[in-house]
Design a protein around this ligand. Structure first.
Ligand SMILES: Nc1ncnc2c1ncn2[C@@H]1O[C@H](COP(=O)(O)OP(=O)(O)O)[C@@H](O)[C@H]1O
Ligand SMILES: [Mg+2]
Length: 153
């Protein structure tokens, strides 16, 4: 799944995503991490077509998500909100073999992902493994620290 230059504002005018680029490979699980209000949930909503972009495109296997029947799209792309009641086992079940986007609030969930993307002010500002981002992106460590999560590689 690929977001290309995506811009999105809610009906009340709140700009949520601005020129966001994101690539999730087939079968890959990506955790979206970032401060509240940065746009993580909005990315998930656009991936599942609860909303459509104002500019830019969201593609699945190179085809615009607007060209898929909704049921097909939502079957092929797993969107996981990482609620506290989701245990690692059920997360594993949800992620198996699917292209999966997780809005990650817990370090345990981040650890299940193949890759982490840091979302800030409506953009994807960094991408890598948890350990790599922790070592190279002060903003990533800051987000984890600010949300009270244990910071460890
Ligand atoms: N339903 C909505 N209507 C208007 N603005 C919204 C709505 N949902 C989110 N927003 C705004 O969009 C921006 C991104 O929010 P969101 O995607 O929820 O971020 P996150 O999930 O990272 O906390 C914020 O400014 C937020 O206030
Ligand atoms: Mg959210």
């Amino acid at each position: 799944m690929r977001f290309e230059g995506v811009r999105f504002a809610y009906p009340d005018g709140t700009l949520a995503l601005e020129d966001l680029d994101l690539h999730v490979r087939p079968g890959e699980t990506v955790a979206l991490v970032g401060a509240t209000g940065g746009g993580k949930s909005t990315v998930a909503r656009l991936a599942a077509r609860f909303y459509d972009t104002d500019a830019g495109r969201v593609l699945l296997d190179g085809v615009d998500v607007r060209d898929y029947p909704l049921a097909t799209l939502r079957d092929r792309v797993g969107i996981v909100p990482d609620e506290p009641f989701l245990f690692s086992m059920s997360l594993h079940e949800l992620m198996r073999d699917r292209t999966t986007i997780v809005v990650a609030h817990r370090l345990a969930t981040i650890g299940l992902a193949d890759r982490v993307v840091l979302i800030e002010n409506g953009r994807a500002v960094a991408s890598g493994t948890h350990a790599t981002l922790l070592a190279t992106e002060p903003r990533y460590a800051a987000v984890l620290a600010a949300s009270g999560r244990e910071v460890s590689a």
